[in-house]
Design a protein around this ligand. Structure first.
Ligand code: HEM
Length: 149
């Protein structure tokens, strides 16, 4: 019984913070941006064999995806800055600062690699830059999750 009361108490305590508030909007928008940026790349990779069946279609599909992906990237940066503004940066650990720093470098790296990918004129350069941008973005997701609180 005692254990039951304690468990219900802790469940209530944890559900207490499950509020639809400004924090939920901030994190939700950051995750939505991430989902479009990374999820879109996964879909592009999945559809590529099919798109290649028609001459010129991969480029058209990539351009269409870019019209959604870059606004999503911008939203990730804006909501990321918003995230930082809500974190008491004076109190965070050295580890937090290091993870955040590496994450920001990789965000810049992912952006540059993807931008180069769009402008690449050879297939090998296109593939290499796409891979670098994608892998950097995946690491950014892991590092972002380490920062979440
Ligand atoms: C493509 C770009 C980005 C991706 C994929 C990404 C991904 C993520 C993910 C998955 C989280 C965990 C969300 C949570 O559950 O709270 C997160 C949190 C965070 N991100 Fe990003 N992020 C990106 C860009 C940025 C940028 C540019 C900044 C800073 C300018 C930033 C700063 C943060 C911070 C401070 C947190 C912790 C938020 C909190 O504690 O509530 N992110 N990010």
């Amino acid at each position: 019984m005692g254990i039951g009361v304690v468990s219900i108490g802790s469940i209530l305590a944890s559900t207490n913070s499950a509020a639809f508030d400004v924090d939920a909007i901030r994190v939700g928008l950051h995750l939505l941006a991430m989902a479009v940026w990374i999820g879109g790349q996964v879909i592009m990779i999945a559809l590529l064999p099919l798109l290649r069946e028609v001459e010129g279609l991969p480029a058209k599909a990539a351009q269409a995806f870019g019209r959604v992906a870059w606004p999503a990237f911008a939203l990730a940066v804006l909501t990321g800055i918003w995230n930082i503004l809500t974190v008491p940066m004076a109190d965070v650990s050295t580890g937090y600062n290091i993870v955040l720093g590496i994450k920001l470098l990789l965000v810049v790296g992912a952006g540059i690699a993807t931008w180069m990918h769009q402008r690449a004129s050879t297939a090998s350069m296109r593939g290499a830059t796409a891979g670098m941008g994608f892998v950097a973005s995946l690491i950014v997701v892991v590092l972002g999750s380490m920062l979440a609180h």
